[in-house]
Design a protein around this ligand. Structure first.
Ligand SMILES: O=C(O)CCC(=O)C(=O)O
Length: 186
């Protein structure tokens, strides 16, 4: 980032990304979560699934997710993320954006269970989507297109100072899977 945080994008970072995309879409326990926004329940505009070590419950936007046990693609990709980032992860939030109509609003991955200055590895498969970052104070924006098979590592103070989002887009008709590996402090 220009200041107040670090991000690194590694392209072609995952083996056999086409196979992984199909395995993940077909094999994960996708569900549409209900989230609380301004005290009202809404369907989240994407599907998601939470996997990890037992004890790694995760609460965001008013919902608590209980982890499903690791499955092969998620565990293998976790190792690639750990090697690239030099950090360990014990859980992953998988997100399925069915097409450009699915999105994720402005937020930071700053829940208390992630601890201060968490490192997060974010893996992308399928349709390229734009990842927007916005500084909380200066409002400066950074935009990154996340390619199929890439790993984006966010670290340092990124989550304290920058929010991020995936905007809707009429240009994208294909699905995208995103895996964000995290370390829940137990
Ligand atoms: O889909 C992405 O690239 C980001 C997902 C995200 O920010 C999240 O789930 O917290």
């Amino acid at each position: 980032m220009p200041y107040d945080g670090e991000i690194d994008l590694f392209e072609d970072a995952v083996d056999s990304p086409d196979t992984r995309l199909v395995q993940l879409i077909e094999g994960l326990a996708w569900a549409q979560q209900q989230i609380v926004v301004f005290n009202r329940l809404h369907n989240e505009p994407r599907l998601s699934a939470w996997y990890g070590d037992p004890d790694c419950s995760y609460t965001y936007s008013g919902i608590t997710l209980i982890p499903k046990p690791w499955v092969e693609p998620l565990h293998t990709i976790k190792k690639a993320c750990e090697e690239l980032s030099g950090t360990s992860f014990n859980s992953v939030l998988a997100n399925l954006y069915r097409d450009g109509n699915d999105s994720m609003g402005w937020h930071a991955d700053n829940e208390p269970e992630l601890g201060p200055n968490p490192t997060i590895a974010s893996v992308s498969f399928g349709a390229e989507r734009r990842f927007d970052l916005r500084h909380r104070i200066s409002n400066e924006k950074v935009q990154i297109v996340l390619p199929h098979g890439s790993i984006l590592v966010m670290s340092g103070e990124t989550q304290s100072h920058w929010m991020h989002a995936i905007a809707k887009t009429k240009k994208v008709r294909e699905p995208r899977v995103n895996l964000t590996y995290r370390m829940i402090q137990i």
